[in-house]
Design a protein around this ligand. Structure first.
Ligand SMILES: Cc1cc2nc3c(=O)[nH]c(=O)nc-3n(C[C@H](O)[C@H](O)[C@H](O)COP(=O)(O)OP(=O)(O)OC[C@H]3O[C@@H](n4cnc5c(N)ncnc54)[C@H](O)[C@@H]3O)c2cc1C
Length: 250
């Protein structure tokens, strides 16, 4: 059976709209953004106001619920303007909010997903550690079950948006000896005076894509309540990771 690769009229219109926005808002300052190596807050707010951060999320949370092809068109056009800015935006749309949108309860979605789609809260995902990158089975960050929740201890690195994130989806193991079978995801918010949470570690300097800030995330025996466990059952984390990594790698 032949596959039709032509874009629909709506998709072509969408591409042109995104292209015009990128030409107007991003391209004129792309070089300057990377030279500064700072997160471009003004651009972020302006961009978030256009609604694109909700590209793949449900309309009832403020999303656009667009089709996958339109999402790919958006990522392509955005990265044409600035790879660095695209990294931060795509993190927010995909990995940073995926687990909350799939497994978070209604309270979490209202408190975190809705502001994330508006660009008011910034999210990230934490897989990587000093001893594990592609090899997720080498994850050492430990999640221990305690009364009413979990205690998470470890250190993540190379985290996109890490230095500025309000919330993170953290991969941790219930037992390093279990390898891939011990992995799960947890919602962890940034530490405040009244709430336990992660602390951003050192910011890492890069040669390219520099306006996307990257750094360490430190989890010092952080307590998270049971509802922050993002999954259906313990040990299925690697399966969920596969679901979203397939989409991200496209
Ligand atoms: C700019 C930037 C942003 C990032 N943002 C995030 C983030 O937000 N969150 C996060 O968790 N991580 C993030 N990362 C980390 C990224 O996901 C890891 O770099 C990636 O998983 C690869 O891990 P590694 O660097 O340890 O390389 P390794 O896993 O050590 O791989 C090194 C090389 O060995 C090859 N290799 C690995 N295993 C095998 C094997 N079994 N057989 C054959 N070849 C193999 C790989 O293909 C690669 O070429 C980021 C990295 C960068 C550079």
């Amino acid at each position: 059976m032949a596959i039709d690769f032509t874009f629909t009229e709506e998709q072509e219109f969408f591409r042109q709209t995104v292209r015009d926005t990128v030409n107007r808002l991003i391209l004129p300052k792309a070089a300057e953004l990377d030279e500064k190596e700072e997160f471009p807050w003004d651009l972020w707010k302006e961009f978030a106001g256009l609604g694109y951060l909700g590209l793949r999320h449900e309309e009832r949370y403020g999303g656009m619920a667009t089709d996958t092809i339109s999402q790919m068109i958006f990522y392509e056009e955005l990265a044409r303007g600035s790879c660095g800015f695209a990294m931060s935006v795509i993190m927010q749309i995909l990995m940073g909010t995926y687990f909350i949108s799939r497994f978070g309860n209604e309270e979490i979605k209202q408190r975190i997903l809705v502001p994330a789609i508006k660009g008011e809260k910034i999210g990230t995902i934490c897989f990587t550690e000093d001893q594990s990158g592609s090899d997720l089975g080498g994850t050492r960050t430990l999640a221990t079950k305690v009364d009413g929740g979990w205690r998470i201890n470890g250190r993540k690195q190379w985290i996109t948006n890490g230095p500025i994130a309000d919330f993170a989806t953290v991969m941790a193991t219930v037992d390093p000896k279990l390898g891939l079978k011990g992995l799960n995801f947890y919602l962890v918010e940034r530490k405040t005076e009244t709430r336990d949470g992660f602390v951003p570690g050192q910011k890492l300097h890069k040669l390219g894509s520099r306006c996307s800030v990257t750094g360490e995330v430190v989890l010092d025996h952080v307590f998270v309540p049971d509802e922050n466990f993002l999954g259906e059952e313990v040990g299925k984390g690697v399966q969920y990771a596969g679901d979203i990594l397939n989409e991200v790698r496209v």
